[in-house]
Design a protein around this ligand. Structure first.
Ligand code: MN
Length: 333
């Protein structure tokens, strides 16, 4: 079955240097397997030698490509981030232009400066026909709901493009929970908690009320939010009715409820989560039109991702929507 994938990463030499500096600054352990590191470096920098044959092999018609973490989100200097985002987007556009029927782009945005990020998003959409932006979580510990970033959300809505919120490492001050258990860090658990919390901050900020056409994309079948949504909704409604736990500070000021925002403003991808149970839950909670196939190339292998979706208990129409037409419609491909 024909597919579109949209959590697919690339990198440049400069971005890999930024990553190395950032890993040291965040106090993260260095990877032990250097062979895998070398292989990832090769795959991240490549479009034609490895990526296209892999796409052909698994019937992936279009990869929507964005950077790999932390990208410019790992730069401290605002001026450097603005310049690097521009450079990275130009490189991505060059590569897409060589195979415009096979690749599309998600912009890299310098969230250090909300105004500059909005301008860069507009440039990338208008000049390069990029389909939105992929952002790696917080930027210097500041989240996307910060007031200074609303101009970026305003631009995304006006341009009618989605924002993909990709995981990143938490602010080190948030990692007390995992002290003594580093095996829980990263994709195992902490990234999902970080990214789900970030998405809920965006929801609670009122960004979806102010810009109601906003589409936020989450990977990994929703970073566990669909499974917890019933309880969130139930407690939310109790809070609206003024339950005993209710305080003036926690008074809800939003126009809609979590379930409504999830069904109107959030889309999910299957990247790196091949659980039939999680897929069923995501479809039942979000609706079939809000789930999209992705791989998370090259960090995840394509074969198990494809095997999962092609054998999932879905009707042909459901499978086609998840693999292809939901993304085609959202991204106007
Ligand atoms: Mn990823």
């Amino acid at each position: 079955m024909k597919k579109i994938t949209l959590e697919e990463h690339f990198s440049t030499f400069e971005l890999s240097q930024i990553r190395n500096e950032w890993v040291a600054r965040m106090g993260m352990p260095l990877p032990v397997n250097s062979d895998r590191g070398m292989q990832l470096g090769r795959l991240l920098g490549d479009f034609e030698n490895y990526r296209l044959p892999e796409m052909d092999k698994y019937d992936i018609e279009i990869q929507v490509v964005g950077t790999s973490s932390p990208s410019v989100q790992g730069i401290i200097s605002t001026a450097d981030a603005v310049a690097m985002a521009r450079e990275v987007n130009d490189i991505l556009a060059d590569n897409i232009n060589k195979h415009p029927d096979r690749f599309a782009g998600f912009a890299t945005l310098p969230m250090q400066d909300g105004e500059a990020a909005a301008k860069e998003l507009e440039r990338c959409v208008k000049e390069y026909n990029f389909r939105g932006a992929l952002i790696h979580g917080h930027t210097n510990y500041e989240y996307l709901d910060a007031r200074k970033n609303w101009v970026m959300w305003e631009a995304a809505e006006a341009l009618d493009v989605p924002i993909y919120l990709h995981p990143t490492e938490s602010d080190p001050t948030q990692l007390k929970l995992y002290e003594g258990y580093p095996e829980l860090l990263g994709a195992v658990w902490s990234w999902g908690v970080e990214t789900a919390g970030h998405a809920l901050r965006i929801m609670c900020s009122g960004i979806f009320d102010q810009f109601p056409k906003t589409q936020l994309i989450l990977g990994h079948l929703g970073e566990n939010i669909p499974y917890g949504l019933w309880r969130m909704q139930n407690q939310w409604e109790q809070s609206l009715r003024g339950s005993s736990m209710h305080t003036e500070a926690s008074r809800i000021r939003l126009k809609k409820t979590p379930t409504e925002y999830m069904r109107e403003n959030v889309m999910l991808t299957t990247s790196g989560n091949y659980s039939p149970e999680a897929l069923r839950c995501a479809i039942d909670v979000m609706g079939i039109d809000r789930i999209m196939f992705s791989v998370d190339y090259p960090f995840e292998e394509t074969a198990p991702a494809v095997e999962f979706i092609e054998s999932a208990a879905l009707t042909d129409e459901e499978r086609e929507k998840i693999c292809y037409s939901n993304a085609k419609k959202l991204l106007k491909l």
